[in-house]
Structure formats: C-alpha cells, structure tokens
Design a protein around this ligand. Sequence first.
Ligand SMILES: O=C(O)CCC(=O)C(=O)O
Ligand SMILES: [Fe+2]
Length: 244
Amino acid sequence: MLTPEQLESFKDNAYLILPGFVEAEQIASWHEQFWAHIDADAQDSTTWPDEYVIGDFSVSPRLGELPEMQVIVDQIGGGSFTGGGGSMLVQWPKSTRANWQMPEAGHIDGYGPGGWSGGFMLGATTYLEPVEEQGGGFVYWPKSHHGVHDFFHEFPDQLAGSFTERDDWEDRKWGMFSDRSPTDPVEFTGQAGDLILWHCFLCHTGSTNVRSRPRQAVFSRWHHADREEMKYDVPEDLWKYWAI
Ligand SMILES: O=C(O)CCC(=O)C(=O)O
Ligand SMILES: [Fe+2]
C-alpha cells in the first residue's frame, strides 16, 4: 500500500519512485529469462542484438502479476484498472559519451501504431540491472500531467490523436505537450528492481545509452476497465477515474 504522502507526491508530480520494489530474486529470474530468450551472453557484448522492442517475450510472472504491484494498482485504481503486461524495451549501448543529449520532447502513451486505444491510465517501469546517468534511462517531465490535461481541456476533440493533424504538429511534434511542463526532463536512474510508477499524462521518452551495460527495462501498462464508456471524457477533475 502507498502512504498518504506517497499518494500526494504521485498526484503532484505524475510519477512516484519506489526504490527496491521488486525483490532481487525476482529480478535475477527475469534477467535469466531475458538473456535466454534473446540467446545472448550478458557478459559478452559481441553476442548482443540491437532490438529495442523485445518481441514475443514477456517476463514471467508479469510485472502486473506481482502481488505487491496488484495491491498498489488496486489501491490507486479502486479495482478498475486492468492490463499489466510485462513487455521489455532495451536500450543497447550506442555511441561515445560526448554525443549524449537530453531528449528535447516527451510523448504520452496510448497513441501507438494501431491508433488510439483510449482509457490508458497508468504505467510502471523497472530495470533488470542498475542504470546510470546517460545509460539509456526512461526520461520524464515531472508535473507534465497538468499541461497535458489543460491541452485536452482546451481541445477535447483532439484526445483521440488528431493533434497530429494540427498545422503546428510538423514544427512542434510532442513538444506541443512537454513544452507545457513546468520542469526540465529527468532521467530515471537507479538500481535493479527500483520502480517508477507513472501517470498516463506524464510526458516521457527513451534516451540514448552511452554506458557499457544494456538498459533492460520491464514495462507494464494499465487501462480503465470501462474504457469504452469513459475514453472520450476529459474530466475537469484529473482524478475522476482514480481512487485517489
Ligand atoms: O524506453 C523508454 O524508456 C521509453 C519507453 C516508452 O516511451 C514507453 O514505454 O512508453
Ligand atoms: Fe511511451
């Protein structure tokens, strides 16, 4: 369970970091599953592939199936959030350190190649190995949920993704959302098993890894069970479909 202080912090910032959330034994088991699946040697970079999206693979049990994860998701979603897959995204080491740059803009999820699904509520990310600065971490814009909420309040008919047809999209792209953020972007660095919980309107993106270890991230996402009924609604109260 999250404490009232943690809930307040999540609501204020659109993210919450829970250090050491996934047990070391669980992480070790997922790590083994991952390297076996890609058929590579974790210690030998000549055997490493370069795929960002690890297809046809999910850690077992999935992140969303861990009892400690379910408790939190039920707490903040009041039992109405569903999903919780266990897909992996890996940032393989790339170039030299001098080339590293903080990403300029961050997107919001729910607008994949299959179109807008609607009703996306929550994401969670953890790592299978420590991630240092410039190590390909998940980059996010603290407090960016308010600007995104304001945007859709102003243009509710663009919620389904038609913002990409605006005249200013070509110039601004996702900056249209993340430029509204009151904060600069931050890298999620930390130990294996640390978790970041993120609100659906948190602007975020991947980043380049110029360190030596691959950034091995496990992601889960949850949507609202009643998404067909609620997905076009842009409520005045950002927390209308939450239990917090
Ligand atoms: O690779 C990352 O850290 C970012 C991934 C991302 O944008 C997402 O999972 O929605
Ligand atoms: Fe994303």
